[in-house]
Design a binder for this molecule. Sequence first.
Ligand code: NAD
Length: 342
Amino acid sequence: MDAVTPTQVAVVGMSYWGPNLARNFDRIEGSELRWACDLDESLLAGHHAGFPRTRFTTSLDEVLADPATDAVVIATPVPTHAALALKAIQAGKHVFVEKPLALTTADARAVAGAAEAAGVTCMVDHLLVLHPGVTKVKELVDTGHLGEVLYVYGNRLNLGIVRQDENALWSLGPHDISVMLHLVGQRAVEVSATGACYLQPGVEDVVFGRILFENGVIGHLHLSWLDPHKMRRMTVIGSERMVVFDDMESERKVTVYDKGPVPRTGEYGEYIQVRSGDIFSPKIDTAEPLRLVCQHFLDCVRTGATPVADGWAGLATVEILEAMDRSLAENGRPVTLEVASR
Ligand SMILES: NC(=O)c1ccc[n+]([C@@H]2O[C@H](COP(=O)([O-])OP(=O)(O)OC[C@H]3O[C@@H](n4cnc5c(N)ncnc54)[C@H](O)[C@@H]3O)[C@@H](O)[C@H]2O)c1
């Protein structure tokens, strides 16, 4: 592929989320939406007018048999992600997989490993990792502006959407877990989670999760679809400053608080002092995060660069989800994560 040959993309799963991806891959320069695929023919018919240059099919095999198809975007239900991704990889296609990469660590590892062995790009839609607000927070962490990161917590709350086939952890958690892994830059060594099922037996509506990272940083998650607040927030507490990423804010997505503890002088009996300084909101690019994600995938396909959210990053998130699910079932028992992530 060169600068003048657009990447030929197929989107599989054209229900609720798939069309958002299809729209981006159709419009971004350097890519063409060659195929839209769904098992439901009537659903596809509704998209003919919106994508006049696209071929429509109910058969993934037809998409994969087309030598012109470069990349397959998987926006089907989560239980199907791993099998469809593996099929596409075996056909030599680059893959973009919706979050979470798979339902089990074993499946996620299989996909990441197969993509690596085949030399194709594998990216997971950890949308927020490429959000300009999160990129700013990552810069503040990496440059040491916050001092030493002490702990991180995420709030992802709303009234609905209530899912029946997955709990609040699997539905909402991949976003916050992938962002925490990205910001902290360390592997998780232990997790625990508690939650409760109010609306349906066996499906947690609210989950409180805890992640212990290798460097001692603690991450806390509050996930719920049974809450009066609509919150999409991540807070990082540093030894020198604190920062909040709030995706519900239109202008002030990131706020830096020049607040923190005053270093102790070591005198006996002194009080621990805190200081409260300026509050500052840096300008954040308003680009649509999903567009950035699609553009990043296309760039990686074209250059062979490793995506920020590659298959292994997808695996790390699934490992935490799976271990938290186990902890949920055991009333919050801490679960240790295996050392080898690959
Ligand atoms: N990144 C985000 O913020 C975000 C938001 C919403 C949904 N999602 C993800 O997007 C994916 C799809 O979500 P949705 O709500 O649109 O799901 P959905 O269940 O509404 O639709 C899935 C579609 O996939 C089709 N499908 C299933 N198996 C297929 C196959 N083998 N071949 C072709 N088509 C097949 C179904 O017919 C259906 O139309 C999920 O993985 C979900 O987690 C991500």
